[in-house]
Design a binder for this molecule. Structure first.
Ligand SMILES: *[C@@H]1O[C@H](CO)[C@@H](O)[C@H](O)[C@H]1NC(C)=O
Ligand SMILES: *[C@@H]1O[C@H](CO)[C@@H](O)[C@H](O)[C@H]1NC(C)=O
Ligand SMILES: *[C@@H]1O[C@H](CO)[C@@H](O)[C@H](O)[C@H]1NC(C)=O
Ligand SMILES: *[C@@H]1O[C@H](CO)[C@@H](O)[C@H](O)[C@H]1NC(C)=O
Ligand SMILES: *[C@@H]1O[C@H](CO)[C@@H](O)[C@H](O)[C@H]1NC(C)=O
Length: 355
């Protein structure tokens, strides 16, 4: 009876809890805008309010007015999810309402290049590499909107961020460096100048120096980290041979197992047949004896001779090995005293012959 409400309670409790087990404030409840911050290490925006609400200016959790994610998390199925902002507007980290993009030099939120207005030559400066170097030619560095227009040798701005990577066992820092250099250049940390990115195989000291964004452990620009691993033809050959070899050896072993079973089964049948044959020989002998003893009698002679001929005609290629061993098919086997199956069988047959 209590299981369903209890489960619902636990489920709703689970959704009320944010990442670190802190109870998140629900709609129409009071919150504090002072608690809004970016989390250490991940730089994820957090507030007192749960997923569907933001902390408004009167410090009460109110419905969110826009969303940043294509598939937002934590919404009830019965509430309508707010829209994403159109081109020329952005949804801030708080997700309270869409705002117009900000001109160069305005304050922007961390890593929110999309909050900044694009340059006139945005088509030329925009990044399409997938590395997230800028959005529409604009970058937000140290919380200021800029354009990613610095060329080779010109002064540049750097925004270094230390992220914490959490693994199951440890956590370690990763430094990312963003700048306002044009595509194909990086901002050198000590020179504060834009330098051309290095090609595959060149010596490097940081990921940003390579066009592939992968400065490997040897200090050389390596292939992009999402490059698929290719294995040699010989690996395919070995795997193929192993699969076919496994199939063939399975078939062969099954063949031998079945053959052994079949031989054992055949042996059983043969023994059974021999037993039965021995019984019949005994029976015929008994009948012969009875026949002879009744020969003196007047009526029974003809029928008995017919009967014995009838049985005798079945008798062909009979190996007379006797009843030395018992087949597994007979559960009751004749013992040597008179109380045997044979005895019963013989008596019945005798009776049948007589009447
Ligand atoms: C606050 O309460 C009113 C009335 O119950 C309701 O219509 C509104 O949706 C609530 N707002 C939030 C943010 O939950
Ligand atoms: C803040 O949210 C509450 C609850 O929805 C609402 O009643 C209040 O008017 C909001 N304050 C402002 C300034 O919009
Ligand atoms: C939507 O569903 C939740 C539980 O999932 C419930 O608490 C809430 O009252 C429902 N209605 C509205 C309008 O949110
Ligand atoms: C890029 O920026 C230009 C200039 O501000 C603007 O006209 C254009 O709509 C923007 N494109 C996108 C996809 O944001
Ligand atoms: C480069 O961008 C800055 C803003 O970041 C701007 O002030 C400057 O005029 C731009 N330079 C050119 C050549 O477009």
């Amino acid at each position: 009876m209590f299981s369903i409400p209890l489960t619902l309670l636990l489920l709703s409790f689970g959704s009320l809890q944010q990442q670190h087990g802190v109870y998140a404030v629900q709609g129409n409840e009071s919150c504090s805008q002072a608690n809004q911050r970016l989390q250490l290490g991940t730089f994820q925006f957090t507030s007192d309010c749960d997923a569907m609400w933001y902390c408004n200016s009167t410090n009460i959790c109110d419905w969110k007015g826009c969303r940043r994610d294509l598939y937002p998390f934590g919404y009830w199925p019965n509430v309508s999810i707010p829209e994403r902002c159109p081109i020329g507007q952005f949804c801030p980290d708080e997700e309270d309402a869409c705002q117009e993009v900000l001109p160069v030099g305005s304050a922007c939120q961390k890593n929110r290049d999309d909050q900044c207005e694009g340059p006139v030559n945005w088509k030329e400066l925009a990044d399409h590499s997938g590395f997230g170097l800028n959005v529409n030619g604009s970058v937000c560095l140290n919380n200021v909107c800029m354009w990613a227009n610095a060329t080779a040798g010109s002064q540049c701005v750097i925004d270094n961020t230390v992220y914490i990577v959490y693994t199951a066992k440890t956590e370690y820092p990763v430094v990312t460096s963003r700048d306002n250099c044009q595509i194909g250049f990086y901002c050198d940390g000590s020179l504060k100048q834009c330098l051309a990115r290095k090609e595959l195989g060149a010596a490097c000291s940081a990921d940003k120096e390579c066009t592939t964004f992968n400065c490997n452990k040897k200090g050389v620009c390596g292939a992009t980290v999402d490059t698929p691993t290719h294995v040699g033809i010989y690996v395919y050959v070995i795997v193929g041979v192993c699969i076919i070899g496994g199939m063939i050896s399975t078939l062969i072993s099954l063949f031998f197992v079945h053959r052994r079973q079949r031989t054992a089964e055949q042996e059983k049948r043969l023994q059974y047949w021999r037993e039965q044959n021995a019984f019949r020989q005994n029976l015929l002998q008994m009948q012969e004896t009875a026949h002879h003893s009744l020969m003196s009698g007047p009526a029974g002679s003809q029928r008995n001779s017919l009967y014995s001929n009838g049985i005798g005609s079945d008798e062909s290629q009979v190996p007379l090995t006797g009843k030395s061993t018992a087949s597994g098919l007979r559960h009751q086997y004749a013992s040597d005293d008179g109380m045997s199956d044979e005895g019963v069988l013989l008596h019945e047959r005798k009776d049948m012959g007589r009447f």
